[in-house]
Design a protein around this ligand. Structure first.
Ligand code: ADP
Ligand code: ZN
Length: 714
């Protein structure tokens, strides 16, 4: 490395970035000046650069301690793609590779070496390290050292010894966990000396926050997916069986979805994870076993099918979306049942203090989910950060709630609960309020109490919503240890005597699930999207050749910038954020060629009107019109519309063909296509005896042609 480069120059030349993100420059400066550093930054904040740039500035080797092999491999792949000499050492490394690493380290040619904590502190390895020039130790995922955290790893506690063995070498500890207790634990255990403690804002403004009632979740998910075609995402579920069910249902609906949980064989899990990293699987339905070790920067959304047990976990999990800084969606489904499930699970906890802590954390989670205030404010507040203003990017900000005076409803509910001797759960209370004639109600004589049927004008769902709000605001209380019986809350007396008004929020006033803005896309945007899709295809091809995940080649924001700027030469390409000199030399020309070709390419057969008729069809398709509707609206034959859709698919435009053609059907048709010599649609139609429609056949042909198109073919 030329020692004359400044950190900013290194950032540009090796990583392709124009400027540091908040705190990166400070962290790098402190490290390079030889100080110990504790760096707290949210997931996606850009921690890696903070020790990778110093590794290039400092003369010797930087040793990075990392808990997972998958993480090491990903990091090393990414460094290689930027032309930085790096390696990892773990049990999976063959002896020959190991001795090559050894040699490069001895010759001073290696800049970064990733190891596991147990490897680092094995006597033979320590001895070997002592023979090298070590400039820096970086401890990644440093919160693993603390028994307070959720990722505690006993091996990490051994890292205390680093300071003993290498007193003169600075240490940087990095984590995305903001908890104060954990922070103190890291400082103490690693015995950091006069450390610079740098805490970046935990705000992730690019993540939208949405909470939805946990009813008809699958339909809500399908709506969401239809509005975000092709975008990779994770659905977190509480139980293994739920991950399997959800993945199965999505698969049946034509999505490339898989499940992931600790009960699956390790080999299966590895395959699923790898396929997700490589964009071969779009959706992972997972328990929290999935996540650590996922550096995939283009996760575009994260959903919680069930309520997480606390805000730390929630924030860490949603943090896996949008690491590249582009907008990303998060969606939490909230149901009271999940709260009950968690409480039941906590009940097995032997230590009363721990139980209390867990319940207190769960309650904060619940308050967040039920809140009618800006959600980001609540989150930042929780992480002891001040939020300046409402964020504008959460469901509450997007659709502010209107409240109504619900005092009368609260009085009815309270009166019923009291007359039922505070002994029934929410479901029964609702039945009584609505005057249900169910056996249980009649047998128990609940139809005799005074408030029976007093709330018949509301639906059960509405009552459920309002009662939850009442529980949340202290009007009612839930006796968890008495089968969730509804009790009076702390405010009950004041509400009953009219001294305390109760404000409620109507359920229909809550936002619809997030869909992309329905605004008509301009032609320019459609063209940009089409180019982006093609650049993604190029990226995928290169990634498969190099055997790495696509985001290692370029991340989504870099491709988006390319599609927008359409660079025509090397200089213009290097100006795109994320294109380093090394990456340009490796694959810059391939992307340039694709962009040139796209710009030149006539958009339709004959190349006449720049394909505007196709784009018109595409615009209608994106609005959700069926081919029949399109034919009617455009006054074209159904045949023509089908041909348009097939043409758009073949030329890489973003058509949701899965709406019409299930992947399994595609496979069947493709198998025949691959065997025959370009059969006509009619021939195929007859071959399958009408089992598949013409549209399905044409789409399958288009997909087949697209995939078979030789590189560089216009
Ligand atoms: P963390 O480890 O904090 O979760 P990463 O180090 O993986 O985050 O960085 C997240 C993403 O941000 C990566 O895609 C990385 O390349 C990108 N990134 C890091 N620093 C910058 C920067 N200064 N400008 C633009 N992108 C950056
Ligand atoms: Zn907000």
């Amino acid at each position: 490395m030329p020692a004359t480069l400044t950190p900013a120059q290194i950032l540009k030349q090796f990583f392709g970035y124009d400027r540091f993100r908040p705190l990166q420059a400070e962290a790098i400066e402190a490290i390079v000046s030889g100080r110990d550093v504790l760096l707290l930054m949210p997931t996606g904040g850009g921690k890696s650069v903070c020790y990778q740039v110093p590794a290039l500035v400092l003369p010797g080797l930087t040793v990075v301690v990392s808990p997972l092999i998958a993480l090491m491999k990903d990091q090393v792949d990414a460094l290689h793609s930027n032309g930085i000499p790096a390696a990892y050492i773990n049990s999976s490394l063959a002896a020959a590779d190991r001795s090559q690493v050894d040699q490069l380290c001895r010759e001073g040619k290696m800049k970064l070496l990733y190891v596991s904590p147990e490897k680092l502190l094995s006597p033979s390895f320590l001895q070997w390290l002592h023979g090298l020039e070590i400039s820096l130790f970086a401890i990644d995922e440093a919160h693993c050292i603390s028994a307070w955290g959720h990722d505690f790893r006993a091996e990490y506690t051994q890292l205390k010894a680093i300071k003993e063995y290498f007193p003169a070498v600075p240490i940087v500890a990095l984590t995305a966990t903001a908890d104060k207790l954990i922070r103190k634990d890291i400082l103490d255990q690693l015995e950091l000396r006069d450390p610079a403690v740098l805490v970046s804002s935990f705000d992730r403004p690019n993540l939208s926050l949405t909470v939805r009632p946990g009813r008809a979740r699958l339909n809500q998910i399908l709506d969401f997916l239809a509005a975000h075609p092709g975008e990779p995402g994770i659905i977190y579920c509480l139980s293994r069986s739920t991950t399997e069910e959800v993945a199965d249902k999505l698969y049946r609906n034509g999505y490339k979805a898989s499940c992931y949980h600790a009960g699956l064989p390790a080999a299966d899990r590895a395959v699923t994870q790898e396929a997700f990293l490589r964009d071969d699987i779009q959706i992972i339905c997972a328990t929290i076993a999935f996540g650590m070790g996922i550096d995939k920067s283009n996760v575009r959304w994260v959903m919680h099918y069930n309520l997480p047990k606390n805000l730390e976990s929630y924030y860490q999990e949603i943090g896996r979306a949008g690491r590249d800084g582009l907008p990303a969606q998060t969606l939490l489904f909230y149901s009271f049942r999940d709260v009950m499930n968690w409480r039941d699970m906590f009940a097995g906890q032997p230590s009363p203090e721990r139980l209390e802590l867990q319940i207190a954390r769960l309650e904060r989670m619940q308050q967040y989910a039920e809140a009618h205030l800006c959600r980001r404010r609540i989150l930042l507040n929780y992480f002891s950060e001040e939020a300046g203003a409402d964020c504008g990017n959460c469901d509450v900000c997007r659709q502010p709630r209107t409240r109504f005076d619900g005092t009368l409803l609260a009085q009815k509910a309270l009166s019923a609960a009291i007359r039922l001797k505070e002994s029934v759960n929410m479901g029964t209370l609702i039945d009584v309020l609505r005057g249900s004639r169910s056996r249980e109600i009649l047998e128990r004589g609940y139809d005799q109490i005074k408030t029976y049927g007093a709330g018949a004008d509301l639906k059960a769902d509405e009552w459920r919503e309002y009662l939850s709000q009442m529980v949340n605001t202290g009007v009612l209380d839930v006796a968890y240890h008495q089968k969730y019986a509804i009790h009076k809350g702390v405010l009950a007396a004041r509400v009953l005597n009219g001294a305390q008004p109760v404000w409620l929020v109507k359920p229909e006033n809550q936002p619809k699930p997030e869909t992309k803005p329905a605004a008509r896309k301009s032609k320019r945007e459609l063209v940009k999207e089409a180019l982006l899709d093609r650049l993604k295809a190029v990226r995928k091809r290169i990634a498969d050749t190099y055997n790495v995940p696509p985001y290692i080649i370029f991340n989504d924001s870099t491709l988006l910038e390319m599609a927008r700027a359409k660079p025509a030469d090397r200089a213009a390409m290097l100006a795109v954020e994320g294109v380093s000199a090394h990456k340009f030399d490796q694959f810059g020309e391939t992307f340039l060629a694709e962009i040139r070709q796209f710009a030149r390419k006539p958009a339709g057969p004959g190349g006449t009107v720049k394909g505007s008729t196709y784009l018109h069809t595409l615009a209608l398709h994106e609005k959700g019109c069926s081919p029949e509707e399109m034919a009617r609206q455009r006054d074209l034959s159904l045949n023509t519309i089908q041909a348009h859709l097939a043409w758009l698919v073949e030329h890489g435009y973003p058509v949701q063909w899965q709406t019409y053609l299930h992947p399994v059907e595609l496979q069947t048709i493709t198998a025949v296509l691959a065997r025959a010599e370009a059969p006509s649609a009619k021939a195929l139609f007859d071959y399958f005896e009408g089992k598949y429609s013409y549209l399905q056949i044409k789409l399958a042909q288009a997909l087949y042609n697209r995939n078979a198109a030789p590189e560089g073919d216009g």
